[in-house]
Every structure is written in structure tokens, then in C-alpha cells.
Design a protein around this ligand. Structure first.
Ligand code: NAD
Length: 488
């Protein structure tokens, strides 16, 4: 049975069908049922959304508002999310498969907090005056770039959108957001809530659709000034090419990861290290860019560590995402589930030893579920150690030497996050410095806050989300020279 969810695009303050009236099925990974039909936007719809965003920018209905007023609207927008928290959490769970418990406690709250935080910042950031000679005054000011295109993935649909739209809107830009075709519903609802909060029509538009049909026209658009992308490294590279092929729009990419988690024998608390290693890879069904998917354990504690890890794994058996006790839900769709299961087969065929899981689960539900899976005996050359699986699969490697493990941890095209567990402060700081990653955790893995930058080295992307650094992506820096002919 189809739900009452509205899958139409949101352009210039209104719900609207795609111009050619095409739609696509929005299926729930929870049980495979049809949730609703979603507008299949293409180039003409992107043009309409960009034109609306451009008009809103040029007449200054948003960027011309006093910062304090823009702040109030942003905070109201955040409040709207919290007022509709249960509705949004349910929508996210049905659309994407994550446990309702986390959709409510993590996704809605983090997205609202992000929007509030950037809203709060709007009237607290000052521009600069350069220390030039007394014959001139040089003002260094920040201005919004104009129209910002945003393309996001499906794993944290609201949070990924918020990390980009919040700083972009707070800085005074107009935004055209293309959510993932696999989880478009909450983004569309956010656009309605933004209007209710007082964000003027045309300032925040949402165009659902497929990557090549809706994402590419946005990335290639000659009237889009900046593109903020989160997704795979494969598509991220295309985004930079499209930016260069068109108007050299600023392109910012948050991409894949294969994060190393290094546990030394002298880690302060072995149980805590096991909990974090297992809990972090299975959180969100392993569909997290920063999941610590490569676990390096010092050989002398490996047997003990693996025994504890395998004992914990059953706790993460997939269950009904709508049950408030569930901590591991459904994989986003059949394509992704099949891909995860193929990686499991590759791991086995390349000689890794499967310690736990590896099978599809809850087949009768009609949804898409994979058991928490642990491989030991992995080496760096194996596919499961090199490629991002984006599912609940942990690859465990053992090591004996500090220099060797740092070298192996860095032997990846990615550089998003990393962790080191040891009670030796010199080893912790030395290894943290040597790891090529945007974030390094020491003796924990789950600290996170809107106040810190998030992003990667190497092929994990270009630029940083979160924190005040994110404003750099959505503002231009202008220098204004003023001559001073001083009479004194
Ligand atoms: P994806 O690259 O397949 O898709 C991401 C978005 O790009 C979707 O909206 C998709 O429709 C769009 N897209 C696809 N092809 C396109 C094209 N040719 N032109 C323009 N847009 C196109 O990624 P995914 O499967 O949705 O998400 C998983 C990936 O996202 C993983 O690699 C994960 O690591 C990454 N991710 C990174 C971060 C981060 O902050 N670094 C956060 C979350 C997810």
C-alpha cells in the first residue's frame, strides 16, 4: 500500500511535479514495499530550480536580510525539525532502513543542531581589516557565492543535507539540493519546514532524481556558483571534472573512506576497544563513510580481541527498524545488499577467514538485511581491505611493529578517519601524526561534534564540512582597497 508521502519536487516555495510528469518508485528497505512515487527531475527541472534560486539571490530577499534576522529564521528552521521529529524519524527509517531509535536520537537531532549552530553563528562572525600601510585601508569581507548546488548520498540523508545547506544558507546563499534517489523523502520535507520557518521561497529548492539525470545537470550548470557533494569517490571525481568543464564553479567533495583502527596491546581498556571497534563498524548497518572498517590488532592480543568481538556480534543481529529496541536495521536497497554480499564472497575466495555472519538475514521480511560480519586473517592486498564495502563487514589484520602498522594503515587511497588505542602518550601522538587522515581518534572512536571539521585527506575529498571552516566553502573573500589621503 502506498503511503501519503509527497514525492514531488520543491521549487520556488512550492511542491511541483517534474516537468515531464515522470516519477520513480520509492521503496522501503524495511520490507520492500512501495512508499510513494517521487518526481524524476531532469535538466528542465534543474534549470527551473536554479532560476528560482538565482532570482532569490539577485533580489536579495535572503542574503539582504540583516544577519540577526537570518539567524532568527535559521533557528526557527531548526526548531521546525524538532517539532516534527517523530514524523521525520519515521520517514527516514522507512525510506532508508536505519533503526528508528537512531533516526530520532541521532539523525533528527544532529540535523537540527547543525542548522541551529550555523544560524547562531551568522551574527557573530566579523570581517577583517588588513595590517596595511597608513596610506590605505584594506577591508577583507566575506560574501555569499550565490547559487549553491548540493548533492548528497543516502546513508544519513538529513544530516548530510544539513552539513551543507546550513552553512550555505546561513552565509546568505540560495540552494538547490539533490537528495539521493534512494532516500529522497526527508529532504523534500525539510524544504517545506524551511518555508514554514520563514526562509523565503526560491532560497531553498529540492530536486529529487537520479545522478546522471538530475545531479549532472546541477554540477554542469553554468549558473550554479558552487557545488557541495557528498558521495562516492568515483562520482566525486566526476563532479570536479564537471565543475571544470562548465563554469569552474567551486567544487567541494566529501567522499569515501576505509578507515584504519589500530589497537596496541597496551590499550587502556581492551573491552572498550572491542566495543568501539564492533559498535562503530556496525552502526548505521556499516553504511558510514567514517566506519573503522580496517581493524589492526597487535598480534599478542589478537586471539583475545577476536574472541570478545565475535561474542559481541550477535547483539547486532538485524531486526525490525521500526522496533525501538533495534540497533541494526536494513541495508538501503537490494543493489547495496547484493554488493555487500558479493564483497563477503570475494573475502572468502581471497583467503580471509570468516569468523561471524556473512549471510543475508530476515529474508521473510521482504526487506534487505545482512548479518554483522567479521573477517580475520585479512591482508592489505585483499579487496575487502582496499575497497569501501559500505556494509556491516569488519576486516581484521594483525601486526607486530609500529612502523609497519602505520605504513599499512596509510596504504589506502582514502584518508578520512583513523584511530589509535594505546596508553603510551608518545606512541599515541606519534602515530596520530603519522596517519594520513582528516580525523584521528585516540582511545575512542565515537566523539563527534558540530564544532570540529569533518573531511578527508587524499581521495576522501576536498574541503571540510562542519565547524566555522565550512563557511570557507560557501563564501567568497573580497578585498576592498580605500585610499587614505590623510590631512594629519
Ligand atoms: P554516490 O556517489 O553513488 O551518490 C551520491 C549522490 O550523487 C547521489 O545523490 C547520486 O544520485 C548522485 N550522483 C550519482 N551519479 C552522479 C552523476 N553522474 N552526476 C551527479 N550526481 C551523481 O554515493 P552513495 O552510494 O549515495 O553514497 C555512499 C558514498 O558516500 C560512500 O562512498 C560514502 O563513503 C560516501 N559518503 C561520504 C561522506 C563524507 O563525509 N566523506 C559522508 C557520507 C557518505
Amino acid at each position: 500500500m502506498e503511503s501519503s508521502y509527497d514525492g514531488r519536487a520543491f521549487i520556488n516555495g512550492e511542491r511541483t511535479a517534474a516537468q515531464n510528469h515522470e516519477t520513480f518508485d520509492c521503496l522501503s528497505p524495511v520490507d520492500g514495499r512501495l512508499l510513494t512515487q517521487v518526481a524524476r527531475c531532469r535538466e528542465a527541472d534543474i534549470d527551473a530550480a536554479v532560476a528560482a534560486a538565482r532570482a532569490a539571490f539577485e533580489d536579495k530577499r535572503w542574503c539582504g536580510m540583516a544577519p540577526a534576522a537570518r539567524k532568527r529564521v535559521m533557528i526557527q528552521f531548526a526548531d521546525q525539525l524538532l517539532m516534527h521529529a517523530d514524523e521525520l524519524a519515521l520517514m527516514e527509517t522507512l525510506d532508508m532502513g536505519k533503526p528508528i531509535k537512531y533516526a530520532r536520537a541521532v539523525d533528527v537531532n544532529s540535523a537540527a543542531n547543525c542548522i541551529r549552530w550555523y544560524g547562531e553563528a551568522v551574527d557573530k562572525i566579523y570581517d577583517e581589516i588588513a595590517p596595511t600601510a597608513s596610506t590605505a585601508l584594506a577591508l577583507i569581507t566575506r560574501e555569499p557565492v550565490g547559487v549553491v548546488g548540493v548533492i548528497v548520498p543516502w546513508n544519513y540523508p538529513m544530516i548530510m543535507a544539513a552539513w551543507k545547506i546550513a552553512p550555505a544558507l546561513a552565509a546568505g546563499n540560495s540552494v538547490v539540493l539533490k537528495p539521493s534517489e534512494k532516500s529522497p523523502l526527508t529532504a523534500l520535507r525539510l524544504a517545506e519546514l524551511a518555508i514554514e520557518a520563514g526562509i523565503p521561497p526560491g532560497v531553498f529548492n529540492v530536486v529529487p532524481g537520479f545522478g546522471p539525470e538530475a545531479g549532472s545537470p546541477l554540477a554542469l550548470h553554468m549558473d550554479v556558483d558552487c557545488i557541495g557533494f557528498t558521495g562516492s569517490t568515483r562520482v566525486g571525481k566526476q563532479i570536479h571534472v564537471m565543475a571544470g568543464q562548465s563554469n569552474l564553479k567551486r567544487a567541494w567533495t566529501e567522499l569515501g573512506g576505509k578507515s584504519p583502527n589500530i589497537v596496541f596491546a597496551d590499550c587502556p581498556d581492551l573491552d572498550q576497544a572491542v566495543e568501539a571497534a564492533v559498535g562503530s563498524i556496525f552502526f548505521n548497518q556499516g553504511e558510514s563513510c567514517n566506519a573503522p572498517s580496517r581493524l589492526f590488532v597487535e598480534a599478542s592480543i589478537e586471539a583475545q580481541f577476536l574472541e570478545k568481538a565475535v561474542a559481541l556480534a550477535p547483539r547486532f543481529a538485524p531486526a525490525d527498524p521500526l522496533d525501538s529496541a533495534t540497533i541494526m536495521g536494513a541495508i538501503v536497497d537490494k543493489t547495496q545488499m547484493d554488493s555487500v554480499l558479493r564483497y563477503v564472497e570475494t573475502g572468502k575466495s581471497q583467503g580471509a577467514s570468516l569468523l561471524y555472519g556473512g549471510e543475508q538475514a530476515r529474508v521473510q521480511s521482504g526487506g534487505f538485511y545482512v548479518q554483522p560480519t567479521i573477517f580475520a586473517g585479512v591482508n592489505s592486498a585483499m579487496t575487502i581491505c582496499q575497497e569501501e564495502i559500505f556494509g556491516p563487514v569488519l576486516s581484521v589484520l594483525s601486526f607486530t611493529d609500529v612502523a609497519e602498522v602505520v605504513c599499512q594503515a596509510n596504504a589506502s587511497v582514502y584518508g578520512l578517519q583513523a584511530a589509535v588505542w594505546t596508553r603510551d602518550i608518545n606512541k599515541a601522538l606519534g602515530v596520530a601524526r603519522a596517519l594520513r587522515a582528516g580525523t584521528v581518534h585516540v582511545n575512542q572512536y565515537d566523539e563527534d561534534d558540530i564544532t570540529v571539521p569533518f573531511g578527508g585527506y587524499r581521495q576522501s575529498g576536498v574541503g571540510r564540512d562542519k565547524s566555522l571552516h565550512a563557511f570557507d566553502k560557501y563564501t567568497e573573500t573580497k578585498t576592498t582597497w580605500i585610499r587614505i589621503d590623510s590631512p594629519v
